[in-house]
Structure formats: structure tokens, C-alpha cells
Write a protein that binds this ligand. Structure first.
Ligand SMILES: Nc1ncnc2c1ncn2[C@@H]1O[C@H](COP(=O)(O)OP(=O)(O)OP(=O)(O)O)[C@@H](O)[C@H]1O
Ligand SMILES: [Mg+2]
Length: 255
């Protein structure tokens, strides 16, 4: 583990409830503790409140009751947080590099540091050669990598990922899973990853939380026993299939 582990945000979520006037109770009695540097995945049926949960963590919504603590304190500051959305959400008139620079502009990071930080972020996602490309000159997988670089450019201590690879084909998804794991092993932020995909959940994470729908509750908290770095071949091994099977069973119970 890298020396950065102690910088990762520790999350403590207790008795959180959230309802919307139009849709009723969405999250019910959510209790989760996440040690700094852990990679957890939230898995659950469509509409169970996964994105709402991430939005609460990001401070974009507030809970009706209960509390969210980051390192024992109130909300995480914006610059310690990275958010990767389901779609890349890149500005089409900006190059890859200029898209990645956006959070630096928003955070007011000194201009003279932008080029270096953007370069580092491009390197992390192996897109140095595409700094000057526009989004429509990139493949779907490359656009997603730009979006990951944009989330990482401020060196977040907590990374929230909302079904980031859901729109990609299986091969691109697996490649990006491997890249994400490499980045996490290097940087060791705390990661909260949302997906529908059980294979991806088991492959990436140390821990899978399963949510039920209507209202969203955490109904299972499953440790994934494999060491890191996990190699692509792990996906073909019987113990991987067995772990996927265990998660699937719990997910089926939840839905
Ligand atoms: N701002 C809002 N106002 C009213 N209802 C909302 C709002 N945001 C979410 N909801 C409702 O909360 C529920 C959970 O939505 P959410 O987007 O968190 O689900 P999800 O698990 O991310 O689903 P998916 O897997 O399809 O992305 C849904 O019923 C949705 O309609
Ligand atoms: Mg969602």
C-alpha cells in the first residue's frame, strides 16, 4: 500500500434516511463505515437509490435524518472529492486537456500549475498522445478515461464513481476496470463505486454492499477475498465464479 493511504477519507454514515416529496422514501436507515482507502461497490436494482447515495456523499443532497461524517467531521470539501458520472459529460468544444483542466479552473488552482497537473492526469489514464484531441475524435472508452482523469486532476481523497463503464462494451469495460484498479493501487483514495454488474463489482472491490429497492436499504455486506493486484485471469477462475455466485444469490434475494 502506498504512503498515501492515510490521506484517504474515512466515511461514517449512520442512520441516514432520504425521501423526496414526489417519490417517497428512497434511502432507509443506511449505516456504513468505510475505512480510509477501501474500495467498496454498491450494487442494486435500478431505482434503489445508488445515485442518491453518491449525491449525499458528494454533498449535492442532504439527508433528512442521520449523519455523514468524513474523517470524523462534517462534509468532505469539494477539492478532496472526485466524481465520475455514468456518461463522460465532456464539453465538446474543449480538447481532452482543457476538459481535464476544468476542475482546476473551478477550484481556482493557480494557472501556472495547470499544465503539469493536466499532464500528470493524462499520463495516469495513458492518454498523453490525445491531449489536443476533441471528444468527438475519441472512442467511447477514451472519453471515459478523460472523464476519470478530470475526476483525478485535483488528487481527490475520495472517488465516487456512478456506473462509469455501464455504456461500454465488455472488452472496454474490462480494460477500464484494470486501469481503475491500477490507479487505486497507486493513489489509494477511498473508492465508492456503483454498478449493476456483479462481475465488475467482485473483480474490483474489497467489499460489496447490496441494496434492496423501495426503499433502498443495505441488505448485505460481502467481503471479497482476493488479493491485489488482481490479474485479468482471475475472471476465469472457479473461486471467482463462486464469489460472483454468492453475490448474485444475495442480489436475487434483495430484488
Ligand atoms: N431529485 C429527485 N426528486 C425526486 N425523486 C428522486 C430524485 N432523485 C432521485 N429520485 C427518486 O429516487 C429513487 C432512486 O433514484 P436513484 O437515481 O438514486 O436510483 P439508482 O439506484 O441510481 O438507479 P439507476 O440504477 O437506474 O441509476 C427513484 O425512485 C427516483 O425516482
Ligand atoms: Mg443511478
Amino acid at each position: 500500500m502506498s504512503g498515501q493511504t492515510n490521506l484517504a477519507v474515512q466515511l461514517s454514515i449512520s442512520a441516514v434516511n432520504k425521501r423526496f416529496a414526489s417519490t417517497g422514501e428512497v434511502l432507509s436507515d443506511i449505516d456504513v463505515d468505510v475505512p480510509g482507502g477501501q474500495f467498496i461497490t454498491l450494487l442494486g436494482p435500478s431505482g434503489c437509490g445508488k445515485s442518491t447515495f453518491l449525491r449525499l456523499l458528494a454533498g449535492l443532497e442532504s439527508p433528512d435524518t442521520g449523519r455523514l461524517r468524513f474523517d470524523g467531521r462534517g462534509p468532505a470539501s469539494r477539492d478532496s472529492l472526485g466524481y465520475v458520472f455514468q456518461e463522460p459529460r465532456l464539453l465538446p468544444w474543449r480538447t481532452a486537456a482543457a476538459n481535464i483542466a476544468l476542475p482546476l479552473e473551478i477550484e481556482g488552482v493557480a494557472r501556472e500549475n495547470h499544465a503539469q497537473l493536466v499532464n500528470d492526469a493524462l499520463k495516469l489514464v495513458r492518454l498523453e498522445a490525445f491531449a489536443k484531441s476533441f471528444p468527438d475524435e475519441l472512442s467511447g472508452g477514451m472519453r471515459m478515461r478523460v472523464s476519470v482523469a478530470r475526476a483525478l486532476v485535483t488528487s481527490p481523497r475520495l472517488l465516487l464513481l456512478d456506473e462509469p463503464f455501464g455504456a461500454l462494451d465488455e472488452m472496454s469495460r474490462q480494460d477500464l476496470n484494470d486501469e481503475l484498479m491500477r490507479l487505486w493501487l497507486e493513489r489509494h483514495w477511498t473508492a465508492v463505486f456503483v454498478t449493476h454488474n456483479v462481475f465488475e463489482a467482485v473483480y474490483l472491490s474489497q467489499r460489496v454492499l447490496i441494496m434492496s429497492a423501495k426503499p433502498g436499504r443495505i441488505v448485505a455486506d460481502i467481503e471479497v477475498p482476493f488479493d491485489y493486484p488482481r490479474e485479468a485471469q482471475l475472471r476465469a477462475r472457479p473461486e471467482f465464479a463462486a464469489a460472483v455466485g454468492r453475490v448474485m444469490e444475495r442480489l436475487t434475494d434483495a430484488t
